[in-house]
Unconditional design. Sequence first.
Length: 124
Amino acid sequence: MEAERFKRPPLRNGDERPATVYNKYPDCPMDKYTIICPCCEATLTIDAETGSLLAHEEKKKITGSFEDLKGEMSKQKVQREQIFAQQMSSEKDRERLLDEKFKEALKRADTDSGLPFRNPLDLD
């Protein structure tokens, strides 16, 4: 059958959604197929004889109003400011933690100063 040539592979999650084929004139033989892609919902027009793609039309995206976009931008701004403040506080705390680690390392170095240094690569 002609429709078997245009069968889509299954989606990543395993769902089998076949492409939808429309025939505007059911009494006449089809010279081209109009197919709705199950993945991106784009409209594809395919020549029935050669199987070549004649036209591709993407699905129209729904656009929001200016007020919706403005509200979304303000939410993103607040979120960015919160993340920035959190990173600044962690950077301040990071300096204190690094100082404490360095002091502990100095204490260990002072107590282990009597032992000779062993390179871990020389243990092979």
